[in-house]
Design a binder for this molecule. Sequence first.
Ligand code: ASP
Length: 342
Amino acid sequence: MKKTSILIIYTGGTIGMVKDHKTGSLKPFNFNQIKKQVPELARFDYKLDTIEFNPVVDSSDANPGIWVKIANIVKDNYNNYDGFVVLHGTDTMAYSASALSFMLENLSKPVIFTGSQLPIGTIRTDGKENLITAVEIAAAKKDGLALVPEVCIFFENKLFRGNRTGKQNAEYFNAFSSDNYPTLAEAGININYNYGAIYYSPDDANLTVHTKLCTDIAILKIFPGIQKNVTEAVFGISGLKAVVMETFGAGNAPTAKWFLDCIKKAVKKGIIILNVTQCRAGSVDMSKYSTGIELLKSGVISGNDITTEAAVTKLMFLLGKYPDREDVLEGLRSSLCGEINL
Ligand code: ASP
């Protein structure tokens, strides 16, 4: 029987970093560092191959170009591997995993992002555990089919749907949370899969890789005391196509006339405004309070329970794919791969 094969895509991040002796800060290093520290990888009865970014990056430098690179590596190697593990920095991992979930349409193989809070060369590293379990999950099959054919993040002991996560902790090992969707698996003595929560693409659909992303967007986080000149400056950005507006609670914002006028003017200009809650959990419901209704009447679109990370990358994906505004709006109102509950 053919050995299960996994491709590890090493993009960078703390997991492979070493101390710069001059400055004392951490900088990305090559994959040999990781292989040397995790000899257990060789004990898997899988064919394990690696593709390493050159140069490897701190994920604070991630951008759509990096996502396209990952997507193309998956595309070019799709038929030769059973699953993929992406080693990535934690800072923007939730953005990258969200982006890839939209870019890899009809995925039928696992793409598991992981990394660590402590470099793999340190004694208390969380990287070893994360990498080993991510490989095991990427290789897991039932009746010959991948158990989790999704873009996921595995961290500490939990497997999350990538486009439902956010980085919640810069200190402890539980760096990620998925507050609006259950975990897909938990790793203890056994890896327990939450079968009912896993997303499966339609059976007969083939992988389609989308690499056209549009970055003409902005995020506007509302806060008490936000000024007219700030709001106008954001909506006045030349060439702007969409704004992810982070609002209060169930999607509420100030009702000052100048604010609503600004929103209406932007919508009239064709700017898409997607309403996302600042709360970690829960959903936008603009019909709940009069403050939300004003936004709804002004043409703001509900982001439902989407994360900011998924909202930003979904907009980049939809604006890149569709020239027609109505198609983008239709996409925003739909769940493309489990990023919102409807
Ligand atoms: N700055 C690092 C990065 O995102 C942090 C990490 O990997 O945890 O690449």
